[in-house]
Design a protein around this ligand. Structure first.
Ligand code: 13P
Length: 340
């Protein structure tokens, strides 16, 4: 492992004014997104959609890295150019999702473990040869009456650290993603407390397994109330609680934190990131690694029609620009209205 090179990549992934595009929806998930815009999900339609994003010069100017799904990393654009080359030509770093999804965790009703460690070392070698310089693994923790259990937190943190160590050995920067879901009716303080337990266990496992913190990126949830909570939170409260929690749990050696959007609306995800960066004096860079919050509007604008490619690219460029500004603490709600 060359830690200095890993650190260079990690630092580039959180370049000021830029963030990460999570375009790594599995075949099942992208089908759900396409169903919502009445587009049939085929190898070709998935390719056309993602090619549209990667060919958006303006949109990609705010994107430091793109997380790909296995299918996409081997695909070619309509003119035969490998999609991964389009990303590189846009000045962005290609990355790859390497987890194989969640499965029920034995003896822990309602909880899951993320799988994909078997043969991961071989897969990482192939992905590196294909051009991937970072990877992603998502662990999922749900909040409910009797969950999360210590067991689910521990085994998921252990797997995240196993994955991260294997990545660094393969000269790939791991994005470590422990996602505490915002699906329940819990309040913001319960999210704080659960996320703290999760992050503490994740960093404990990373230390035990000798992962170099300078060569990784953390991808956490923000501290937010559950979607069904009676009490929603202001932008300022989310920003302050998230920053306070991260300062408690995330060592300054980590170069950057790139949030998931997790079901927040596009504008909420942008406003929260902006408010955090306005707090300032942070030991790490804070940016976005959004899936839905970057892609919902371009998907709708495109709707599977070749004549809508330019409209899809414009919608993507706008969201990427807004989030790029938020990564600097320079976004303003008026900029959204102006665009509308
Ligand atoms: P969302 O921003 O839609 O939560 O997706 C980010 C991601 O990569 C989840 O693993």
């Amino acid at each position: 492992m060359n830690l200095s090179d890993l650190n260079d990549v990690a630092v580039a992934m959180v370049t000021p004014g830029k963030g990460i595009l999570a375009a790594d929806e599995s075949t099942g998930t992208i089908k759900k997104r396409f169903d919502a815009i009445k587009v049939e999900s085929t190898e070709e339609s998935r390719r056309d959609y993602r090619e549209m994003l990667f060919r958006s010069a303006e949109g990609m100017s705010y994107i430091s890295g793109v997380i790909l799904y296995d299918e996409t990393i081997w695909q070619h654009g309509k003119d035969g150019t490998p999609l991964i080359k389009l990303i590189e030509q846009a000045g962005s770093i290609p990355g790859i999702k390497v987890d194989e999804g969640t499965h029920p965790l034995p003896f822990c009703p309602g909880e899951t473990i993320t799988t994909g460690l078997d043969r991961l070392a071989d897969r990482l070698t192939k992905y590196y040869a294909q051009g991937a310089r970072f990877a992603k693994w998502r662990a999922v923790i749900d909040i409910g009456n009797d969950i999360p259990s210590m067991t689910a937190i521990h085994v998921n943190a252990h797997a995240l650290a196993r994955y991260a160590a294997l990545c660094q050995e393969a000269q790939i920067v791991p994005i470590v993603e422990p996602e505490v879901l915002m699906d329940g009716d819990h309040n913001i303080d319960r999210c704080y407390e659960v996320t703290r337990r999760v992050l503490n266990e994740v960093f404990r496992e990373l230390r035990v397994q000798r992962v170099a913190l300078e060569g990784m990126i953390l991808k956490p949830n923000m501290v937010v109330p559950g979607k069904k909570s009676m009490k929603q939170a202001s932008v300022q409260e989310v920003a302050e609680k998230t920053v306070r929690l991260l300062k408690e749990c995330v060592p300054a050696a980590v170069p950057g934190i790139a949030f998931l959007s997790g079901g927040q609306s596009d504008e909420e995800a942008t406003a929260h990131l902006d408010a955090m960066n306005r707090i300032g004096h942070l030991p790490w860079r804070l940016t976005f690694s959004y899936g839905r919050a970057l892609q919902a509007t371009p998907q709708k604008a495109w709707s599977g029609k070749a004549e809508n490619l330019a409209a899809g690219q414009r919608a993507f460029a706008h969201r990427a620009h807004m989030n790029g500004l938020a990564s600097l603490g320079q976004w303003a709600a008026e900029l959204e209205r102006k665009a509308a």
